[in-house]
Design a protein around this ligand. Sequence first.
Ligand code: HEM
Ligand code: HEM
Length: 185
Amino acid sequence: MPDSALPRTAAPHHHDLGTRLLHALLALHIIGLSALGLWMVDLSFYHPWYHRSLELHKAFGVLAGLVVTFKLVWRVLHPPLPPPATLGPWQARIARIVHGLLLLLAVALPVTGYLLSTSAGEPIALFGWMELPPLFGRSDAQGRLMGDLHTWAAWSLMGLVALHVGAALMHGFIKRDGTLRRMFW
Ligand code: HEM
Ligand code: HEM
């Protein structure tokens, strides 16, 4: 049914454009950085992409930090739609918890990545345009702790994204209840 034909009190058919764009942008960053991260940590020191891949990972990782910050601000100003009516109360609760954890981990990764990368006391180069300075001086203990936290957060995020995408596809192609569509088109 076209939106114009809906009764005035009906819920809108789509998340607002800003929510949809920021969700897509964040999803692209998270999925791309996870794949790049897993690939780059297995490269040998002599691989032609050894340094470049890490440089790109850090620069896009910082960009992901900016995207998630915008997304959080946008979410406060424009809360997403309530859960679809096809979800029972406990399913809606789980969806809300998963969305919260996804956002929490999407913040934790840039933060731990930044503290890991600057634990040598060196700045982070951002696409050759500018540099992000370290907050603290060199600390090997900080580097080890943040490295562990970054890896742990990355694996937790990848697990939750798999769950989230599986649920979204199930709604889109099996239940066909409009939940997938209202976030993408
Ligand atoms: C949402 C953003 C990010 C995601 C999803 C992400 C994901 C990952 C993943 C999957 C790995 C491989 C983990 C492993 O198997 O050990 C990794 C490693 C790494 N990431 Fe990120 N990352 C993000 C942001 C950042 C940022 C902002 C920085 C630094 C500025 C950064 C620096 C690193 C470094 C230095 C490693 C190598 C760690 C090691 O060798 O143990 N990451 N990241
Ligand atoms: C291709 C991958 C993805 C698909 C197909 C997908 C699909 C969806 C769909 C259909 C919704 C709407 C649920 C509703 O209307 O009730 C949604 C919401 C949400 N998704 Fe994803 N998603 C993906 C990746 C991600 C990633 C990587 C993240 C973040 C780390 C994420 C975070 C969220 C959040 C926080 C919400 C709640 C609404 C909001 O705050 O925007 N999604 N997703």
